[in-house]
Write a protein that binds this ligand. Structure first.
Ligand code: SAM
Length: 251
């Protein structure tokens, strides 16, 4: 009778909220959206804490066969877990609306998302412009460069999310993201992103040992950020407090 849409946070099984955990424990079926993000622990760690078996929901299930999640929620309680927040970055508005249309009660339980965890670097969240994603197959893709350019024109910071191919455990690194932007710069020559551009690379936010380095693109190309997930930030116009904060993360 209820679809619980629950954000489970960014890193491990303990990042779920108490409210989220209580809801999961009530559920007959527990799905985990498994293709847009990645936790730092195996699924078994979640199953152990929740005391429930988890069904992995890939893109096909969520986007084409969502009724397999919504239908059982008409009879009982179903949890749809999302790493980070339910509506962070990739939104799950479609499943929310479809469940409501089907007459199912929907309860949303929020959590931290990459969209606010980046506040750790000291840039004001209010001053971020449009977020963009860099795909693995980027031969003809210039949107991230264009978004960065637009944000720069209005002095905004830019968050660049990096592609994931969960099926083959492929996660784009900060280095690959930098190389992509430099490649487009070499073609467009508009001075939007050069080896001298200030950036902040962030890895494994939400864990107790995140990798965070601020510096020029050329510095970040040489840096070792460790394992996934990675994101890249290109700061816009800096307030002096933001400038000071970034110094704390210099290589
Ligand atoms: C679709 S977004 C994640 C959406 C998720 N629902 C959320 O609210 O955070 C996935 C991308 O965000 C970035 N990301 C997610 N979690 C991260 C983390 N803990 N540390 C660094 N980057 C992360 C990566 O670039 C990754 O490819």
């Amino acid at each position: 009778m209820t679809l619980y849409m629950i954000g489970i946070g960014l890193w491990d099984e303990k990042d779920i909220s108490l409210k989220g955990l209580e809801a999961v424990k009530k559920c007959d079926k527990v799905f985990l959206e498994s293709y847009t993000s990645k936790l730092g622990v195996p699924i078994e760690d979640l199953e152990k804490l929740y005391g429930k078996e988890i069904i992995l929901a890939d893109r096909d299930l969520v986007e084409k066969r969502a009724q397999e999640i919504i239908e059982p929620a008409k009879q009982g309680a179903v949890a749809f877990l999302v790493i980070g927040d339910v509506f962070g970055a990739t939104t799950h508005t479609d499943i929310f609306l479809r469940a409501k249309e089907a007459g199912t009660k929907v309860v949303v339980i929020n959590n931290a998302s990459i969209l606010n965890a980046i506040g750790i670097v000291g840039l004001e969240l209010y001053k971020f412009g449009k977020t963009t994603s860099i795909p693995f197959h980027s031969e003809n893709v210039e949107t991230p460069y264009n978004v960065l350019k637009e944000n720069q024109e209005s002095g905004m910071h830019t968050l660049l999310l990096l592609d994931i191919h969960a099926d083959d455990s492929k996660y784009m690194s900060i280095k690959e993201a930098l190389e992509y932007l430099l490649k487009i710069e070499a073609k467009r020559k508009e001075g939007v992103f050069t080896k001298d551009t200030s950036c902040v690379g962030v890895a494994r936010l939400g864990s107790l040992s995140p990798g965070i380095i601020a510096g020029k693109a050329s510095d970040l190309l040489k840096a070792d950020f460790g394992g996934p997930l990675h994101s890249l930030i290109v700061p816009g116009k800096l307030h002096f407090v933001e400038e000071d904060a970034l110094k704390a993360w210099k290589a």
